[in-house]
Ligand binder design. Structure first.
Ligand code: SAM
Ligand code: SF4
Length: 318
């Protein structure tokens, strides 16, 4: 389905939980978050039902995210349910990778196509520090198991953090030299409870091109992707730069986000949300509501300077 600016809206990102087994300093407060009540969050059956309604309206690309999706109990049933939808051509997940060693094969068998894995450092001690206790070895194992299970192409997400990982840019870029892996550097976004942390630790991803001048622009394979891609000469994978704040990709934006409590965010950088949970529970016509949401998708970011998104990242899923 097309919105009123002629954009084909075919991509739905679903946050399946606001909980996580890590506490990344830029995303999750140290003590965790106030747990939502059971009835506040969508059940897996409700997520499946909404996903089906979106697919009927032309969505053919779905990403499962969170919080950490792999901590949601019963998730494999949802993966199987969505994996069985014939019209979904690209079915992926963003995960911190900690539990991938355990679940990658089941995920693949249930119909998931591929995974993006978040890993902000290649140093075990630094990993434990930024995630407040995570074990890098678990993620590295998860990547291997995911690769062997065929959850490919694998993309690694690296959030750039001032004074923390600029010195590892070359090492991350080097991963793309011999492996068919895309490494994507993401600029910190001021969002939710940790917005000031992000503002204080922000660095522009221009630093990647300064540190690795050998990178040259790669042909775009997907114009709706927020990543601008580069390559090392003869590199097998690609290096992506993602500036989530820039408006440069609004004109090709094809996505909507379903929050953990059943709200649609038609634009990440807006506080506007449309509830689908209550209408779904009341048996209303969800297809009609989706038509409206798509038609009214904003043209571009509409947050005034100095205003930030109030939701926490784990409700939205990035
Ligand atoms: N737990 C999973 C993970 O970490 O991959 C999925 C959810 S996480 C919210 C999705 C992505 O958002 C991750 O790549 C994470 O690094 C990124 N992210 C979280 N907070 C961010 C922020 N303030 N700015 C930019 N990216 C952020
Ligand atoms: Fe958890 Fe992902 Fe947020 Fe880290 S970025 S705290 S892994 S949801």
């Amino acid at each position: 389905m097309f919105d009123s600016y002629g954009r084909r809206i075919n991509y739905l990102r679903i946050s399946v939980t606001d909980l996580c087994n890590l506490r990344c300093k830029y995303c999750m407060p140290e003590k965790g978050i106030k747990k939502m009540l059971h009835e506040e969050i969508l059940s897996l059956e409700e997520i499946q039902s909404l996903a089906e309604s979106f697919v009927e309206k032309g969505v053919d690309k779905i990403r499962i995210t969170g919080g950490e999706p792999l901590v949601r109990r019963g998730l494999l049933n949802l993966i199987e349910g969505i994996g069985n939808l014939q019209k979904v051509k690209d079915f992926s997940m963003t995960t911190n990778g900690i539990l991938l060693g355990k679940y990658a094969e089941d995920l693949k068998n249930a119909g998931l196509n591929r995974v993006n894995i978040s890993m902000d450092t290649l140093d075990g001690k630094k990993y434990s520090k930024i995630t407040r206790g995570g074990r890098l070895a678990d993620v590295l194992k998860g990547i291997e198991v995911a690769k062997n299970a065929g959850l490919t192409p694998i993309k690694i997400n690296v959030v750039l953090i001032k004074g923390f990982n600029e010195d590892e840019i070359e090492s991350f870029v080097n991963l793309t030299r011999y492996e068919e892996i895309d490494v994507r550097f993401i600029e910190l976004m001021p969002i939710g409870a940790l917005k000031y942390w992000s503002l204080n630790n922000y660095i522009s991803n221009n630093i990647v091109l300064e540190k690795v001048p050998e990178l040259t622009e790669a042909a775009a394979t997907d114009i709706s992707s927020p990543a601008k891609y580069y390559k090392l000469s003869a590199g097998k994978g690609r290096v992506g730069l993602i500036n989530p704040i820039s408006c440069k990709f609004c004109k090709n934006c094809n996505r909507m986000r379903l929050t953990v409590d059943g709200k649609i965010k038609p634009c990440l950088h807006s506080n506007e949300e449309i509830d689908l949970k209550v209408p779904l529970r009341q048996g209303k016509n969800i297809g009609e509501l989706i038509d409206n949401i798509i038609i009214n998708k904003p043209k571009e970011h509409n947050l005034e300077d100095g205003n930030y998104i109030s939701r926490n990242m784990m409700d939205i899923g990035g």
